[in-house]
Design a protein around this ligand. Structure first.
Ligand code: NAG
Ligand code: NAG
Length: 368
């Protein structure tokens, strides 16, 4: 007696047992087959990825100087001494210092699939980097797609991020950024964004403008980094109506984009507005659970110059040009408007910052 009167000795039951065994056997075979197919698909996609990269490389060789090249994994392993010195952490990657042998340095960005990176994202980033060349954007020197590794060799910018300089103890040991330093950095980043929005072809939305993605060349000059979230060719306003999953960083993300899921160059303008507030107040983009834009909203919209001065970073110790402060705050307010269409574009912002700097020169040239 087996289960419910099931006796294995009856011939009919032998058939049933045979059938069950057959099903089990088939399942095992199919599973193995599926695994094999998956491996093949992976191999194909790797080969396709390589071909894509080669296409991108051809594009860049046609239109650029051709200084970008592919590297062998071994070369980059030697350059980074087997990924020894970590100089940065991204959302899906780690960044390592590389010594290139000829006295030059580089930064190797290693995309980690286990941290959510993917080949598609990697290739998107490469394709953005291949199209851009601007003194205020971190440039690409080469890349490597080998043995499952996804590596970018980027220009190395030695002097910490703006975030580190403004908000960490380690950064501030190198001195406080002065008012004019901050104005110059704002201008550099505004120029970088203007280039992405109106000179790059197709136009590019950065989508992750924030102080930790701004690398300082020196106290007055900066480069915008990290093109991992970039979106290419956004200007088909009617074509790209499918809302995307909102990406970006807390405190910097366009409130309109959060609401609608529609991203545009004006989302970068919003983040730039937050960056201006950060430079002015010396505060981080999040204050507890409130964004810096909300936190400062009442005061920054006040006409009284005393109220504006009250928002200034105390570390500046009164080192400020009040007229410039007023203009910069106006720019920030317009960049942070709820209605994204009403925000200025980066070209206007570059012009306003330039005017504002001339203001200072005129004043200092006045006879006392
Ligand atoms: C920038 O980095 C270089 C090289 O590390 C250093 O010599 C220089 O003093 C730094 N400048 C600033 C402003 O930190
Ligand atoms: C500006 O701030 C002053 C002082 O806090 C306040 O009395 C005034 O009502 C504010 N004005 C506006 C328009 O919010």
């Amino acid at each position: 007696m087996w289960l419910f009167g099931f006796s294995p000795t009856k011939p009919r039951n032998l058939w049933i047992i045979g059938a069950i065994l057959l099903v089990i056997l088939l399942t095992i075979i199919l599973k193995k087959w599926a695994i094999y197919l998956e491996a093949q698909a992976y191999k194909c996609s790797m080969e396709k990825a390589k071909r894509n990269c080669e296409n991108y490389l051809q594009i860049s060789n046609l239109c650029c100087t051709g200084v970008i090249r592919t590297y062998a994994l071994e070369e980059l392993k030697v350059a980074t001494r087997d990924f020894r010195i970590r100089i940065g952490v991204g959302a899906t990657s780690f960044v390592y210092l590389a010594e290139l042998g000829d006295g030059r340095f580089g930064a190797v960005k290693r995309v980690m699939e286990e941290r959510g990176g993917s080949k598609k994202m990697f290739l998107d980033e490469v394709s953005v980097l291949l199209r851009i060349s601007h003194p205020n954007l971190v440039g690409l020197m080469g890349f490597c797609l080998e043995k499952g590794e996804q590596l970018l060799l980027l220009e190395y910018v030695p002097n910490k991020s703006l975030f580190d300089r403004m908000h960490t103890f380690r950064g501030q040991s190198e001195g406080i950024l002065s008012w004019s330093n901050r104005l110059n950095i704002a201008l550099d980043i505004a120029r970088a964004l203007d280039y992405l929005h109106s000179q790059a072809d197709p136009p590019i939305i950065h989508r992750d403008v924030k102080s930790s993605n701004i690398l300082l060349i020196d106290n007055d000059h900066a480069k915008l980094a990290d093109f991992g979230l970039c979106k290419l060719g956004y200007n088909d306003r009617y074509g790209s109506q499918s809302p995307t999953i909102v990406k970006g960083s807390f405190g910097y993300v366009d409130t309109n984009y959060l609401k609608t899921g529609h991203v545009s160059s004006k989302s970068d303008v919003y983040s730039f507005g937050v960056l201006l507030l950060e430079l002015i107040t010396g505060l981080r983009s999040m204050q507890d659970s409130t964004t810096l834009a909300e936190w400062t909203e009442e005061a920054r919209k006040n006409d009284s110059i005393e109220v504006l001065v009250g928002l200034l970073d105390p570390k500046l110790n009164g080192d400020v040009n009040v007229e410039q402060l007023r203009v910069l705050m106006e720019v920030a307010n317009s960049a942070l408007l709820e209605n994204s269409e009403a925000r200025p574009d980066m070209r206007d912002i570059v012009d306003r910052i330039l005017e504002c700097m001339e203001l200072h020169q005129l004043q200092s040239e006045l006879p006392v």
